[in-house]
Design a protein around this ligand. Structure first.
Ligand code: NAD
Length: 487
């Protein structure tokens, strides 16, 4: 059966999900479908009072369910039932997601949603396996490190992979015994509500997941500044991350995890398998039309490898299949909004005005929706806006080098350090360069995350603080208490 569907026929849960109820709320912000530009709904904006109601509901739910104190295996069972339901309802979830987001329906069902269920199961397994420690002391003492949940975690997610990003926040926080108040992006607000409704259906005590819809300055700031939110977990832009840090500093100290922007290099040496490199590099900038934090947006190639590499990448860029996200045949995504598309185009034009040569693309696509042609820009120095800025679109820059030192100097971005790619057959070089790259993730002879969820993700420099995924994400949702007993 085809996954294609009619977006006008899909009901949307417009409101806030607090406890086990959808609180309908008048919409304020007009929403347009990225695929065809059609207006389809208005996004409500939760006030400070609504956020407070969600936080108090979460606190009460923690108390009455004793979620943090039940046998950890029970938490794991509930999370696994939730993951099963997510898989079972994958198409319903994917349809709501495909309307507002840039994610094509077939990629959602086979990718984002399936992976989200898998990651929730992954985090469930930590609940009864990772705990504290007994520490060495003298015979007269017993020393231990106990770990405990924080209480209510505030989570804020971006629009580029909405369900998956919500899963990254909810999975570890809930497995670790916390409750969550989550705000999805105001551009993709509805799929997280479905996710929370499925959790309640799976037997999760109502009130442990609350979804409040709204923008950053109103709803987001009310979450990060709330005195009963014990920890903040954020994924989004570096500028919003900075605003969140400032708000937390102003309203009361609390720990935070920040997963922020990137401008990741991909270094290709002369001895690399060029076909393999071209496939990985073009895949990384074409996936979700470059709207991924880890998009490998800066190609840094040895001068002798440039010609075949560029030819193969351009061929892939020109073969994309753009289409509405509700068409099962679509593989190439639109840009999230007209504003974002024109911002991106302004940067491309500014780079060209400073001398960049456009080898392919460089223009918005004609027709409905906010599509942009896959773009390859060459002949730029480090000051070009196409190199310095996170474009967050299908724009790849090309720079060339002759020596390893030159490659490393180009790869080292002044602002970002999220991920990097390296293509070479020389193992010694792999080790040298991997150690030297200032990035939270290095992929060698491949690019992009696998389904090895044990590998944490997070950035160096302004790309963030702390990690999502992996053991680290679970531990980041518990705090430790040192206990010393005199025997
Ligand atoms: P954004 O920063 O504009 O918004 C992200 C979220 O933050 C939204 O929910 C928004 O409403 C909220 N927000 C904005 N200002 C806020 C404030 N002052 N206080 C509280 N909340 C606020 O980002 P976006 O455009 O939705 O997403 C794209 C960005 O996300 C890119 O920079 C991308 O690199 C980054 N990202 C990073 C990762 C990662 O793992 N490092 C993953 C995905 C996306």
């Amino acid at each position: 059966m085809s996954l294609s569907f009619d977006p006008d026929q899909i009901p949307l849960p417009i409101g806030h999900f607090i406890g086990d109820r959808l609180l309908e709320s008048p919409g304020l912000l007009p929403l347009h479908r990225p695929s065809d530009g059609a207006f389809y709904a208005k996004c409500p904006v939760a006030s400070t009072e609504t956020v407070d109601e969600a936080v108090q509901t979460a606190r009460k739910a923690l108390k009455t369910s004793n979620w943090g104190g039940v046998r950890p295996r029970e938490r794991a069972s509930v999370l696994k039932r939730w993951a099963d339901l997510i898989e079972h309802e994958a198409q319903a979830l994917a349809k709501v997601e495909a309307i507002s987001s840039t994610r094509p329906i077939s990629q959602l069902v086979a990718g984002d949603i399936a992976i989200t269920a898998e990651q929730i199961r992954f985090f469930a397994e930590f609940a009864d396996k990772e705990g504290g420690d007994l520490v060495p002391t003298d015979d007269a003492h017993l020393g231990m490190i106990m770990t405990e949940p924080y209480g209510v975690v505030g989570a804020i997610t971006p629009w580029n992979f909405p369900v998956n990003m919500a899963g990254w926040k909810l999975g570890p926080a809930l497995a670790a015994g916390n409750a969550v108040v989550l705000k999805p992006s105001e551009m993709t607000p509805f799929s997280s509500i479905l996710l929370a409704q499925l959790a309640v259906k799976a037997g999760m005590p109502a009130g442990l997941i609350n979804i409040v819809i709204g923008d950053g300055p109103t709803t987001g700031a009310a979450i990060t500044g709330h005195p009963d939110i014990a920890k903040v977990s954020f994924t989004g832009s570096t500028s919003a991350g900075a605003a969140i840090m400032a708000n937390i500093a102003r309203t009361g100290i609390k720990p935070m995890t920040l997963e922020l922007g990137g401008k990741s290099p991909q270094i290709v040496f002369a001895d690399a398998d060029i076909d393999q490199a071209a496939a990985a590099i073009s895949g990384s900038i074409l996936a979700n039309a470059g709207q991924a934090c880890v998009a490998g947006s800066r190609l840094i190639a040895h001068f002798s490898a440039v010609e075949p590499l560029v030819e193969a990448i351009i061929a892939r860029m020109q073969a994309v299949r753009a289409g509405p996200t509700w068409d099962a045949a679509t593989t190439y995504s639109p840009i999230i909004s007209e504003t974002q598309r024109s911002r991106m185009h302004t940067t491309v034009r500014a780079a060209r005005a400073k001398g960049a040569e456009c080898l392919t693309g460089g223009e918005p696509m004609e027709g409905k929706g906010y599509f942009y042609t896959p773009t390859l820009l060459a002949k730029m120095d480090q000051s070009s806006p196409a190199i310095t800025e996170e474009i967050f679109g299908p724009v790849l820059t090309l720079q060339t080098f002759r020596t390893e030192e030159e490659a490393l100097a180009l790869a080292d971005h002044p602002t970002y350090g999220l991920a990097a790619g390296l293509f070479t057959r020389d193992v010694s070089r792999v080790m040298r360069i991997t150690r030297a790259l200032p990035a939270g993730t290095v992929w060698v002879n491949r690019y992009g995350r696998s389904r090895d969820h044990i590998l944490p993700t997070g950035g160096y420099k302004h790309s963030g603080i702390g990690k999502d995924l992996g053991r680290e994400a679970y531990h980041a949702n518990r705090r430790s208490k040192s206990v010393l007993i005199q025997v």
